[in-house]
Design a binder for this molecule. Sequence first.
Ligand code: UDX
Length: 439
Amino acid sequence: MSGRRIAVFGAGYVGLVTGACFAELGHQVVLRDVLPEKIAALERGEIPIYEPGLDELVERNRERLRFTTDVAEAVEGAELVYVAVGTPPTYSGDADLSAVWTVVDELPDDLDRRIVLVMKSTVPVGTGDKVRAALDARGLKNVGYVSNPEFLAEGTALHDFMAPDRVVVGGFDPADADAVAELYSKLDAPIVRTDVSSAEMIKMASNAFLSTRISFINEIANVCELVGADVTAVAEGMGLDHRLGKHFLKAGIGFGGSCFPKDISALKQLAGNSGYHFQLLSSVIEVNELQKRRVIGKLQKHLGRLRGTRIALLGLAFKPGTDDMREAPSLVLASRLLAEGAQVRTWDPVASAVDLLPTATQCDSIEEAIDGANAAVIVTEWSELADLANPDVRERMANPLIIDGRNMLDPAKVRAAGFAYEGIGRPSHETGLGAATTG
Ligand code: UDX
């Protein structure tokens, strides 16, 4: 198959990864964004986001990738027009689709050939029907519409695109859906062909279910703490059941990022707008909010009042492998600590919270952050923190207490190294049993 000509609207995270990966698959891609400075930077070879491997991918495919702010230039010659613009939450929890509608409105009236508009952005179920109706109302019968949602996790997005668990394609017209499915023909991935609304729901339901698993294991962790069980062993034992699987059962200080919080609130809101109260999702959201605050209680247990204490927050990004601070649990935790009167010193290898947390001190190294600290809290499981429980750190801290918000350290080793240790859902004293073993 020869490459197809694709326009991608929106050079944000999803648009950049999608455009670069399609170019890698041999397609000709034009990335269009409204921000001239972003397009200028991309033309200079500067990638505005942190995603491992993306700069090399863009560089390697320069010949098949163009960047523009001009709609006519992007659409000219394109067979498929991908929509990859942001759909942030509004105050009501609905998704803000204004950028999506701008793309639809910008499509030229005088198309002399068929194009397929493909929705990559995460949109509420029913959006495809509304866009189809708007296109029809403008007489744009030669513009097809297909839903092709993304399942890209930050930090592994290139792998998620090139080796996906599945590609979901939902179209009104089978020939349009065929054209989209063909774009992925070089990949060894199952293609799920369905109607537009079901494709939209697959995306929303997948993120809602993954979030539900996290809030579920976080509640199990909280009960484990009360009854003396270890949630890491529990999750391992549960995950071996093939009906459950091991993924997304890591207890911690809650989920964040640009997708889960926004998408579950959009699904809850969509259900509500349609007359259904999605009770389970309300609980998932509430559990996650409370989970971000649980570290405060653990610190108080060891330190008493937090006023005047010095707390090191290690990791700021909502997960490792990204500099993304959107909905990061670190922000809620730091704000609570500052409100309690603690001094907060932060460290992260790539993310910055200088603007978001102006009264916290952002440090360049782990050593600087933990210097004189009454406690060190692992907020993001960066690999740099694997060796945190070492003699140098113990010497530097005013009080050797580690709160492991991601259960990344071995409690027995940390305690043997002379630290007090608290994880999430792990016994706060040595049980002599350790993690689950199989065999
Ligand atoms: C997610 C989805 O995985 C992806 O398919 C979707 O399209 C976009 O949203 P992303 O937000 O990049 O991707 O991160 P993900 O790896 O899914 O983690 C989300 C959050 O859940 C992080 O804060 C992470 O720390 C947390 N998490 C994840 C847990 O607390 N426990 C787990 O077991 C897994």
